[in-house]
Design a protein around this ligand. Sequence first.
Ligand SMILES: [Zn+2]
Length: 223
Amino acid sequence: MAIAKNSVGDLYNSITDNNRKYWDDFKATLTESTMKIYQSDILNYMVYIHKDITETIAVEFEKYIEFNLQQGINAKSINRKLSAVKSLIKFLVKQEKMNFNPLASIVKLDDTAEVNKIITLTWEQIQKAKTIPDQFKKNIFNCFYLKGLGHGETAEELGVSLKVLHYHTKGIGEFIGAPELKYQDIIETRNKYFSKCPECGKILETIENNWQFKDSRLLCKEC
Ligand SMILES: [Zn+2]
């Protein structure tokens, strides 16, 4: 499913009657220029959730962020979408159409160029991460680095929310002296330190315990 470049009119016609009413009421409180910035972001989200905005929950917006990232939408644009939808919800809370703002806990993505640059960890940092004392954190590292990440799973495929993913990634980063560590960095790091066995196709870390020479070929120990 791609984000179709629908006109504002098409979007408006695709949302629920209640959403049309909410948007119309909110729109009336905005200046012309703010309304123009907000309209497609808000209407697009309403089309995406396919139900009244008053019923939206945080995990839906997190999935929406993930979806936008997969479409190559940059952090700056995603943050703008988040601001627009949050503003509408604040308005609806004030109007007592909603009891609380379910998106209040969702934080903006870091959109500075420096932070979005992919870094790969050094071998020393990897070794340090393997010694994380707290069993819980260690398991998270095992999950993120040692297990399936070579295939670049999305948070959804891993079965964790973006919030949980970022929380643990940050925890690992802080422990190994890379406080800006992002999930994507772990995937890139894994790609750097893992290899595929040419015989069985298994993907294993490139350490002595996992590999052997057999008939002068480098194969995994199980082949
Ligand atoms: Zn093998």
